[in-house]
Design a protein around this ligand. Structure first.
Ligand code: GDP
Ligand code: IMO
Ligand code: MG
Length: 408
């Protein structure tokens, strides 16, 4: 069975935590897009791991993890991450593989990425990891893939600086390289998790373009970047926070208004520890945007939503969520493509009573206070999608499963 986990907002929804949790019942975990721009956090008791390239199944010693064809891989970041895991006692030997179709990030792409973003009249606020440049080289058919490391003519044609950079990594990368479609076909009876990076609203096509990343972070990206056909994806899980965050620039209609809601913003940022894993930047925070979440459900055929960070709201008297936008004199209930429209959009908020009780120790959904259930069930009705998993803390065990994703 193949289960896809994607972000349903602007990234950092808690995909790493959820993939780690679900990986217990999987044998193979495939990351299908992005690169070292991602930062996926896993917390197990006193141990915290920040993963950027390696799929979030690596902490179970019996799982195979694969960096998929849709990824862009910086060898420096990759081997640094493998070393970090080994130094912390996680044996990665023989279980980290890379699709031979994945693209390689070169140091000069990273420099171009940083310089280009700085030179933009309106910077995107990229992570400076060379992501957009590597995907551009790929689209321009000038990229370097893992498979090319074996192609002498292509390697000979590279600039000396690029060749010298790659030289120390070639043999290691080649030893990890696999034909992903054949590999997955061979393991078709396994339970495979496809781990997304970024989120729907950062997807190159579906997101708030041009304030997006350059990979396919949508569910369809799991098929392309994971080398399986779309009909082989059995289930799509969309992870979202009980509120919204965004790192970097770009429209964010439900962002807290820093004049009137500065205190709420600080509260959410500190309680939710909303600082970027990759860059350390404070994340912009706002109300849950249900217009955007419903758009994510529609564009990704989300079967099941996974709600995270509900515990962050434990102490509030009242909770609000955005149910429509007011744009000029119009009420809008669908997610506009136009950045101009999104920038003008004023959130129409609906208020919910708070539950004023810690959810973190709840073991089942039935133990939740009624106002928490009402918030959850309103979202389900609004998005016409069930919330099958609720995360009430950052620790692996602070996760409540209402319905297992491993059933068709
Ligand atoms: P990802 O990029 O989607 O994997 O998410 P990140 O790891 O970048 O950011 C999510 C942050 O929230 C991390 O610090 C997680 O440890 C933390 N987290 C995940 N789920 C929960 C939750 O339910 N409650 C709280 N309080 N924190 C959570
Ligand atoms: P995870 O997987 C949040 C944002 C950057 C920037 C924009 C483009 O941890 O959810 P890029 O370097 O990709 O060209 O930057 O996308 N961004 C993310 N924001 N979570 C991520 O990944 C992100 N990956 C990229 O902040 O605004
Ligand atoms: Mg992240």
């Amino acid at each position: 069975m193949n289960v896809v986990v994607i972000g349903a907002q602007w990234g950092d929804e808690g995909k790493g935590k959820i993939v780690d949790y679900l990986a217990n019942e999987a044998q193979i975990i495939v990351r299908f897009s992005g690169g070292a721009n991602a930062g996926h956090t896993i917390v197990i008791g006193a141990e915290q791991y920040a993963l950027h390239l390696i799929p979030s199944g690596i902490l179970y010693l019996d799982k195979m993890v694969i960096l998929g064809a849709g990824m862009v891989i910086d060898p420096v970041a990759l081997f640094k991450e493998i070393k970090m895991l080994r130094d912390r006692g996680i044996d990665t030997t023989g279980r980290v593989f890379i699709s031979d179709r994945a693209h390689i990030v070169l140091p000069r792409y990273i420099e171009i990425d940083k310089a280009r973003d700085l030179a933009r009249k309106k910077p995107i606020g990229t992570t400076g990891r060379g992501i957009g440049i590597t995907y551009s080289m790929k689209s321009d058919r000038d990229g370097i893939r893992i498979a090319d490391l074996d192609w002498k003519e292509k390697m000979d044609e590279l600039d000396a600086a690029d060749r010298d950079f790659l030289a120390p990594y070639v043999e290691q990368l080649k030893s990890m390289s696999i034909d992903l479609s054949s590999f997955l076909f061979h393991h078709k009876n396994s339970q495979t998790l496809f781990e997304g990076a970024q989120g729907t609203l950062l997807d190159l096509d579906l997101g708030t373009y041009p304030y997006v990343s350059s990979g396919m972070s949508c569910a369809a990206g799991a098929a392309i970047g994971g080398c399986v056909g779309p009909r082989n994806l059995d289930k799509v899980l969309g992870v979202f926070k009980a509120y919204s965050t965004r790192v970097g620039n770009g429209p964010f209609p439900s962002e807290f208004n820093l004049d009137a809601e500065d205190e709420l913003c600080r509260f959410v940022r500190e309680t939710g520890r909303e600082y970027g894993v990759t860059t350390g930047r404070p994340r912009r925070c706002g109300y849950l945007d249900l217009v955007a979440l419903r758009y994510a459900c529609l564009t990704n055929s989300i079967d099941s939503l996974v709600m995270t960070h509900l515990d962050v709201y434990d102490t509030l008297d009242e909770i609000k969520a955005c149910v429509a936008y007011r744009i000029g004199d119009k009420m809008v209930e669908t997610f506009p493509a136009s950045v101009e429209a999104l920038n003008k959009a004023q959130p129409v908020l609906r208020a919910f009573p708070g539950w004023k009780k810690s959810l973190t120790n709840a073991l089942t959904y039935e133990e939740f206070p009624i106002p928490a259930m009402e918030y959850i069930e309103f979202i389900e009705r609004f998005c016409e999608t069930p919330i099958d998993i609720v995360s009430v803390g950052y620790d692996r065990k602070e996760t409540i499963i209402r319905k297992s994703p491993w059933t068709k």
